[in-house]
Design a protein around this ligand. Sequence first.
Ligand SMILES: Nc1ncnc2c1ncn2[C@@H]1O[C@H](COP(=O)(O)OP(=O)(O)O)[C@@H](O)[C@H]1O
Ligand SMILES: [Mg+2]
Length: 339
Amino acid sequence: MTGVAVHLNGLRRTFGTVHALDNLDLSIEPGEFVALLGPSGCGKTTALRVLAGLEDADSGQVLVGGKDVTSQPANRRDMGMVFQAYSLFPHLTAQANVSFGLSLRGRSKSSARAKEMLELVGIAQFADRYPHQLSGGQQQRVALARALAIEPSVLLLDEPLSALDAKVRVQLRDEIRRIQTEVGTTTLFVTHDQEEALAVADRVGVMRSGKLEQLAAPADIYLTPATPFVAEFVGLSNRLPGRVVGQEVEVLGTLLPLLAPASPAAVTALVRPESVQVTPETDGNGRVLTTSFLGPISKVTVTVGDVLVVAQVATDRLGSLTPGTPVRVTLQPVPVALA
Ligand SMILES: Nc1ncnc2c1ncn2[C@@H]1O[C@H](COP(=O)(O)OP(=O)(O)O)[C@@H](O)[C@H]1O
Ligand SMILES: [Mg+2]
């Protein structure tokens, strides 16, 4: 199966005075996996519902495979959907849930097809169980099987992992990616969780107030955020006082390249913890305040004058960086955004 292209063009949708979608443009390549990432209330669900035909836009267009489907009802749009949780029919077994999904779409209730789908998502052995006999992760696998059974042209997932515990969430997210790669269905995955979005998607669309701020590969979103909002929303940043000097910004005595030109002024620079280097030094410019063990990579908080700086360090260095240790804090000259 090969995927189709999806284009959302200039979508607007208001609820009273709220602009849930404010001229949203989004293009998804055939077979691509795009994650739509943004804070709660930024319009992610509305975008997905408009694409599915469950919600009408006030204006704008939805194109699927080059065809304008803007005025087509949901049941003619050929999309598979998975929601947050608890969307299975409680009185039907796993297999019957998948078969029922097929018959709802006017396909024959092929039990062979349903079995095949349950195998694809790795729970064929639970085909005869009812939803209450399945864990949250297993229920979401059934929901995914049901969505894929109809061979949808587009797969839509709205925070499908957010009701699951951390470990299952990571397992199932990797599974979703594996399965999507296998079937090749164009996929839009909505989440407010940046780690999830960066981990699964070919490209991440960062949304804010009904608009797309940036659509790019995960590494590009992280390393070259297009706007201060993206820089602050994705990943952690220190907010450090700086001064723009020409094409650079001086922060803690180091000149850092700027991601976007700015006029000379006192500014707040956004510096990633992994760009901060901390080395014990008797006459250093800082002092260790606290350390937190976080696995192989840990966190050290340092004071430089009255500025607090968070750094990432390899955990085996924590022994030499106990609280109170005088240190030299330096910054790697990677391009930074301004707040
Ligand atoms: N049916 C509705 N009636 C009124 N307001 C709505 C409705 N659906 C969404 N909204 C509002 O639109 C905005 C975007 O909502 P939503 O798309 O659900 O955001 P997200 O999924 O990113 O959390 C929010 O301010 C929300 O309160
Ligand atoms: Mg939502």
